[in-house]
Design a protein around this ligand. Structure first.
Ligand SMILES: *[C@@H]1O[C@H](CO)[C@@H](O)[C@H](O)[C@H]1NC(C)=O
Ligand SMILES: *[C@@H]1O[C@H](CO)[C@@H](O)[C@H](O)[C@H]1NC(C)=O
Ligand SMILES: *[C@@H]1O[C@H](CO)[C@@H](O)[C@H](O)[C@H]1NC(C)=O
Length: 267
């Protein structure tokens, strides 16, 4: 019945309804970060957060507010860091592209935490997005743990950002002949004879650090050959000494015999 009325009485009314809905959709505002992954910033460098603000009514400039919630649990309060239009609260903070980009120079640990951008259009619609920012930390305290069954070595690192693991055996990069590694390269499963020095190297863009596990020395083919030669040599010396002793005893025997004969002679 209602439909009937709408269709028969006022197609213009329906048109207004549609226009109303359309303008609602068009005037809505949205905001998102270009890269959703957490952002790691090295101390002293510049923190750059880029967002894309979508607003259909181009003639109306939205207002933008940036807020910061420090990760330090001692100060869990949200602080306004910048707004557009407006003045930046200090000389380290810059707003660009009508509030869509926030830059903080000379990054310090206290700048890490969660950043929120709120965008309000001229009708009062608010769009909001959040981003995690953390300090990029150097690789720290690398250690290698051996599995009791001696089948694997596990490499650990304390808190470095985005650590990359790799293994050396006797200073040479481990290849398939030694064993295989876990998906993140932190564990080395040894399939060959377990011997020698294994070094785990952990690196990120601030540098690298390593730790070495030393197992029993590897027995080399060359060494085994040397051992055989030395043994043979000792055996020969031994045999020579024995022969010499035998020869001397026989000579002494004979000369004593001759002396005895000499004594015999005058009788
Ligand atoms: C920004 O948005 C968040 C989440 O929507 C809200 O909790 C916060 O109060 C807003 N801040 C301002 C200044 O509007
Ligand atoms: C040693 O390795 C075996 C097999 O890879 C595993 O089941 C065991 O839990 C490991 N032991 C330790 C102490 O990590
Ligand atoms: C593991 O090591 C290999 C070879 O060194 C390398 O290509 C790969 O990117 C490493 N994977 C990870 C997750 O670090």
């Amino acid at each position: 019945m209602c439909n009937m009325e709408l269709r028969t009485q006022s197609p213009i009314w329906a048109l207004f309804l549609m226009l109303g809905l359309l303008s609602q959709v068009c005037q809505s505002v949205s905001v998102h970060f270009l890269d959703p992954k957490p952002l790691y910033v090295v101390r002293g460098e510049t923190l750059v957060l880029r967002t894309e603000i979508d607003i259909r009514t181009k003639q109306a400039v939205p207002t933008v507010v940036w807020e910061h919630m420090p990760s330090d649990p001692k100060h869990p309060t949200r602080v306004k860091v910048a707004e557009y239009p407006g003045q930046a609260p200090n000389q380290r903070i810059f707003i660009e592209e009508q509030g869509a980009v926030l830059k903080i120079t000379n990054f310090v640990h206290d700048d890490s935490g969660v950043y929120t951008i709120n965008v309000t259009d001229h009708l009062g619609h608010i769009a909001s997005a959040q981003h995690v920012v953390e300090e990029y930390l150097a690789v720290y305290h690398v250690s290698v743990m051996v599995n009791v069954s001696h089948t694997s070595l596990h490499c650990k690192e304390a808190w470095g950002t985005q650590p990359v693991f790799s293994w050396l055996h006797e200073q040479v990069k481990v290849d398939g002949s030694q064993g295989h590694v876990s998906a993140d390269n932190s564990t080395l499963y040894i399939t060959a004879h377990f011997c020698g020095k294994f070094t785990c190297v952990v690196s990120n863009k601030l540098g690298h650090s390593s730790a070495t596990y030393t197992s029993e020395p590897c027995e080399r083919k060359g060494n085994a050959g040397t051992v055989v030669v030395v043994c043979l040599f000792l055996l020969l010396i031994g045999a020579g000494a024995l022969l010499f002793l035998l020869w001397r005893r026989r000579r002494q025997h004979r000369s004593r015999g001759e002396r005895l004969r000499e004594y015999d002679c005058p009788l």
